[in-house]
Design a protein around this ligand. Structure first.
Ligand code: 4AD
Ligand code: MG
Length: 465
């Protein structure tokens, strides 16, 4: 009978001497001595590799040694023995070694040295075999699990909102068109305008920039819902915090105002940090040592301190008093730029802060107008190093006010008939927010570039792999 193989992470944690085990994975390094050899094998289940001892008495010793170069895939069956080396508790003495696939050490792009993240992006099909990207993917997975657990424990339903949509939720015009029109034919014609009524959906359709509008539909029936899915933005910003395809988490709650929204956002972030520290201690330790030595202190700070909460108007006053020149001049009415957000979160408060009640002129049509007529019930959670990590608001639930806002902004109201219907039939105060999932993973790990926290980044001029 074939022995079932174990994951290396489990063996490193709980394996005992004399246990017979089988493992499978990829060779990280090989070291040949006179009478025996060592190889380190990793299967992605942990940061640590399992050291395997290959004795000369192995059948085909010489032949196997030739094949097990860095990058080769192997299965090893053997017995666990206490390790005599430092840094590991246990190692595997091989009885049989099977090589699934060889690797050419001359051309294999991952060598046993540190590679730059820029270089690793050019080998997106192999980079997950490195310590750092492997750790990122495990932490990313833990973040996603934490998010689902958090909401499920609190009675939120996970709803699946469409990826193809006809509405521009954020009104920022950063939409990718979805079409099956024959573009070659169109190119040959001298038409000035494309007739989308002839297109697949009989109208102009896009990849969604946010599932919020549809989440509102669901919240006004099911009370508490959340989305967790890909969103798309054709913004031409080549920064370390923007992707053209990113994942967003959007809770939406009926019978909730801006205070409740802020409370949820804060509890939510605290929960995820706690969960990841508990479930990925080794990876988090690695990030703290190798990537950013403030990662663990930041996590601790998030979990144990209250977030600061200030109004936009107060934020502007603080920025005006700042002892420095900003590239973008500060005055009431401006949209906060990354440098402003980071100054507030990183330098002034040294912790996440929630800024509320932004000017009506810089925010989306659906945000609830405040009594003053100048601001809306918006909130952004700003994090040190990242800037905006969450954006949310209480939604405008009053039909007349919403209709007026839509008109002022020149949005075609007839396309939003269903959204307005929610205000005609059983409207309630409601609120929600959107968390940029990759920004969260960046914040959690200290990774400097958002392209390195998603398996296959999509950015301007880049969609390989
Ligand atoms: O602030 P945003 O645009 O808000 C919305 O889309 C609302 N509909 C959310 C809601 O209330 N349900 O985006 C939400 C978050 C931002 O705070 C940011 O973290 C992230 O999404 N985000 C991006 N992440 C990566 N790349 C981009 N291009 C991003 N644009 C926004
Ligand atoms: Mg925003």
């Amino acid at each position: 009978m074939e022995m079932e193989s174990l994951r290396i992470g489990e063996i490193l944690r709980t394996g005992q001497p004399d246990e017979s085990v089988k493992i499978q994975g990829w060779v990280r390094t090989k070291r040949e001595l006179k009478d025996f050899a060592f190889m380190e094998v990793n299967d992605g289940s942990s940061m640590g590799n399992l050291q395997v001892i290959l004795g000369k008495e192995l059948p085909n010793y010489v032949e196997i040694l030739k094949k097990i170069n860095t990058g080769a895939s192997v299965a090893v069956a053997g017995v666990l023995v206490p390790s005599r080396g430092v840094g590991q508790r246990i190692e595997l003495k091989a009885n049989t070694v099977t090589v699934y696939g060889e690797s050419n050490p001359e051309t294999y792009p991952l060598q046993k040295k540190r590679h730059s993240f820029e270089f690793l992006r050019t080998i997106g099909h192999l980079r997950s075999r490195t310590n750092t990207i492997g750790a990122v993917m495990r932490v990313r997975n833990a973040c996603a699990t934490a998010i689902h657990t958090f909401f499920q424990e609190r009675g939120f339903l996970w709803v699946h909102t469409p990826i193809i949509t006809a509405s521009d939720c954020e009104g920022a015009g950063e939409l990718f068109t979805v079409t099956n029109l024959d573009l070659n034919k169109i190119a040959q014609k001298e038409t000035k305008e494309i007739d989308y009524s002839q297109d697949f959906f009989g109208r102009h359709a896009y990849l969604t920039v946010s599932g919020q509008l549809e989440a509102e539909v669901m919240a006004l029936a099911l009370e508490k819902v959340y989305t967790f899915g890909p969103t798309f933005r054709a913004e031409n910003s080549n920064t370390s915090r923007h992707l053209a395809e990113f994942w967003m988490v959007e809770p939406e709650m009926a019978f909730c105002d801006l205070d409740g929204d802020q409370d949820l956002a804060e509890e939510f972030l605290k929960y995820i940090f706690k969960y990841v520290l508990e479930h990925c201690p080794e990876d988090m330790e690695f990030f703290n040592q190798r990537i950013d030595n403030s990662v663990l202190a930041t996590a601790d700070n998030i979990i144990n301190n209250q977030f600061e909460r200030i109004s936009y108007t107060k934020a502007i006053a603080l920025l005006e008093k700042a002892d420095r020149q900003f590239e973008f001049p500060v005055e009431w009415g401006i949209d906060l730029q990354s440098e402003h957000e980071r100054y507030l979160a990183e330098e002034l408060f040294k912790k996440p802060l929630i800024v509320t009640n932004y000017p009506v002129g810089i925010k989306a049509f659906y945000m609830r107008l405040n009594e003053d007529g100048k601001t809306v019930a918006a909130m952004d959670v700003l994090a040190p190093k990242i800037g905006e990590i969450i954006g949310g608001s209480q939604r405008e639930e009053r039909l007349e006010v919403l209709e007026r806002r839509i008109k002022e902004l020149g949005i075609p109201a007839e396309e939003l008939w269903w959204y307005l219907d929610l205000r005609r039939y059983g409207t309630v105060p409601h609120a929600g927010f959107g968390l940029g999932f990759e920004r969260l993973v960046q914040f959690m790990t200290g990774m400097g570039n958002i392209r390195d926290v998603i398996p296959f980044p999509r950015t301007p001029l880049s969609a390989e792999f």
